[in-house]
Design a binder for this molecule. Structure first.
Ligand SMILES: [Zn+2]
Length: 373
């Protein structure tokens, strides 16, 4: 015979379901969150199987390949004299994407059609489970039967999306790296254009970096360090307080002046170092020939790697950059590029992608026909 207290739990359960029947606690309460999740997954299925994230990503690649070409044109306008293969690289990105894009779109269409064809059946199974999970004793089994096909379709959709992304992931990250690279160059050249440096005819900027000229440690000038194919220049460019009230600057003045320059040939040595508590400060020590304004200078640069700068200085000094120097465009070539077609000769669609130097034809994004110019 069971003792009295061993009978109590079942007695308690009985009274709980009795109170639920009377409109008290919800007997399906333990399943409600699960049911809500299943419901929202069912609701999301039609959008998910359209593979819209993949389509958006493909769209972004399209936009970015044009943006990279725009950036290439922009840095040339700003006088970028290096990386003569830049335009060829951009044209190659565009060509590769023109080949890849139809494959990606076809794969998206094919996969999403196949997945979409299963939504009705799977949603029916899910909804059937939601409607019939009314008894706490059988709800777990019934919900599982509805969850399984929904989860399977979601998994297959995600696998398909991943496979399609794999078709252009590498391409997309190459393009992204190129864009970041060109944005850096653009920022450098825009910075140089704002400086008051009297540029020499044909002088080409190689590098520009925010820097502090470390001298006596007190009120050291801040500005930008420039490296060109002819000189190393430090231009002070900072706001300094001209009036202070209780240590707070109330009036400021922009100080912008060239404080140091040395000819490339006067740079005898450059040494990069990482300093600071975490080794995250980038420093450059220069030694100059006796003909220079100073025998040495120490710059604390900000936002770029000192070792890269050391390499850059050495490359310029040894003439290593020359092989990448771009040749000036002839007037005839400028004219030819200006006359590039703006409409497809076959279907009349507008051709809006940027035209790059060296480009001799343009492919219509609408009909795929090629117009030469
Ligand atoms: Zn066309």
């Amino acid at each position: 015979m069971p003792r009295d207290d061993e009978l109590k739990p079942s007695g308690g359960a009985l009274s709980a379901s009795a109170s639920a029947a009377a409109g008290g606690t919800d007997p399906l309460e333990p399943f409600r969150a699960r049911m809500a999740t299943l419901k929202s997954k069912i609701d999301d299925l039609p959008a998910k199987v359209r593979l819209s994230e993949g389509r958006d990503a493909a769209e972004n690649v399209e936009t970015e390949s044009n943006r990279v070409a725009d950036l290439a044109n922009r840095v040339r306008e700003l006088g970028y004299a290096w990386e003569k293969d830049l335009e060829a690289r951009c044209l190659d990105y565009r060509r590769r994407w023109q080949e890849l894009r139809p494959q990606v779109l076809a794969a998206l269409d094919k996969e999403s059609a196949a997945l979409s064809g299963r939504v009705t059946q799977v949603a029916y199974q899910g909804n059937y489970a939601l409607q019939h999970a009314t008894n706490p004793a059988t709800a777990d089994q019934i919900l599982s039967d509805g969850e399984r096909p929904v989860a399977a379709l979601i998994n297959e959709t995600e696998a398909a999306a991943k496979t399609i992304r794999g078709m252009f992931d590498n391409f997309s990250s190459d393009l992204h790296r190129e864009q970041a690279h060109l944005e850096k160059i653009q920022a450098m050249l825009e910075r140089a254009a704002q400086s008051k440096i009297a540029w020499l005819p044909g002088e080409a900027v190689v590098g520009a970096v925010k820097a502090k000229w470390d001298r006596d440690g007190k009120d050291d000038p801040r500005g930008y360090l420039y490296l060109t194919d002819a000189r190393l220049i430090f231009e002070r460019d900072e706001e300094i307080a001209t009036k202070k009230v209780l240590f707070v600057a109330t009036e400021k003045q922009r100080m912008q002046q060239v404080m140091f320059e040395a000819k490339l040939g006067e740079i005898e040595n450059v040494l990069a170092s990482k300093r600071g508590m975490f080794g995250n400060e980038d420093h450059l020590d220069f030694n100059f020939a006796p003909s220079a304004n100073a025998r040495q200078a120490h710059y604390h640069i900000d936002g770029q790697d000192a070792n890269e700068w050391q390499g850059l200085v050495q490359r310029v000094k040894t003439g290593g950059m020359e092989s990448t120097r771009v040749t000036a465009l002839s007037d005839a070539e400028k004219q030819r590029l200006r006359n590039a077609p703006t409409k497809c000769s076959n279907c009349g669609s507008p051709l809006t992608a940027p035209i790059l130097r060296g480009q001799t034809d343009v492919k219509c994004p609408a009909c795929g026909s090629v117009t030469r110019f």
